[in-house]
Design a protein around this ligand. Structure first.
Ligand code: ADP
Ligand code: MG
Length: 257
């Protein structure tokens, strides 16, 4: 499979007078995990919203390269971006209450008209071959996260941490080439955190390009290749994980040193 690279240059997002993201530039290459860290309100979720098309941005360039093909993301809607393999998770899980857990995962990132069709296919009686394949992949992904026992449940019966893991399983089976994870570890038990960290680590071998927004700096240290630290919308440190996390600027802002 061709190498994937997400690139954004000088992305700015304004809400009225608030500059939530100021001229952020990032490259995330397949097989790499880039972490975006920063205090609450730094603009991390907004950066993910900008990359996935959920908020309007001003940007010099925003593109994804698949081998030699470069696709300009700026004009594309969120469903068009997800069809390209740019898949995100939300800080607050968004699962479909009418579907079981495995059906939610099997939906993957399908959107728009296709989503309606999958909804009918997975929800109806009897499963086509394609739907069975999707179910098997969904159950395998759930098992990796220790959730196979919940496959037939409704999302509403799950804890917040479990719902978050289901959303991540969904992103993982969607065939994502670029995965944007917004605080995926929040609200998880330590056992769940370890399972999820293992799964995120495996994205490297699958050549997925992962952008990880995370508060827990020890998890960031163990997972990320590159760390970008931001505050009030603007980047203030960038480099390999150990260098950034041990830097004076980051320690000062996080620990008040
Ligand atoms: P983080 O994820 O780093 O905690 P956010 O990206 O959620 O930070 O928020 C960055 C800034 O943008 C904050 O000042 C927040 O209040 C503001 N903001 C985020 N989303 C919106 C929105 N939809 N409308 C108005 N302001 C927003
Ligand atoms: Mg956030």
């Amino acid at each position: 499979m061709s190498t994937v690279q997400l690139s954004v240059r000088e992305m700015t997002v304004r809400f009225g007078g608030v500059v939530a993201v100021a001229q952020l530039s990032l490259d995330v290459t397949g097989g790499e995990i880039v972490a975006l860290i920063g205090p609450n309100g730094a603009g991390k979720s907004t950066a993910i919203n900008g990359l996935s098309g959920f908020v309007p941005v001003t940007v010099a360039t925003m593109s994804v390269r698949f081998g030699d093909d470069v696709v300009d993301l700026a004009p594309l809607s969120p469903p068009q971006r997800s069809r390209l393999g740019i898949v995100r998770t939300f800080q607050t899980p968004r699962l479909i209450p009418e579907l079981t857990v495995w059906q939610n995962v099997a939906m993957g990132s399908v959107a728009g008209d296709v989503r309606r069709r999958w909804f009918e296919m997975l929800g109806g009686p009897g499963l086509s071959r394609g739907a069975r394949d999707r179910r098997d992949r969904a159950v395998t992904a759930l098992a990796a996260l220790g959730l196979d026992r919940l496959a037939q449940d409704n999302p509403g019966e799950l804890s917040l941490g479990e719902q978050r893991l289901v959303e991540i399983a969904r992103a993982m089976v969607s065939g994502a080439r670029v995965l944007l994870l917004d605080e995926p570890f929040a609200g998880l038990s330590s056992v769940e955190q370890r399972r999820l960290a293992d799964e995120i680590d495996k994205l490297r071998a699958a050549s997925v390009a992962a952008l990880l927004v995370e508060h827990n700096l020890e998890l960031v240290r163990s997972l990320a290749d590159t760390v970008v630290a931001m505050d009030q919308g603007a980047e203030f440190a960038r480099g390999d994980a150990a260098t950034v996390l041990d830097s004076h600027e980051v320690r000062e802002r996080y620990l008040g040193e």
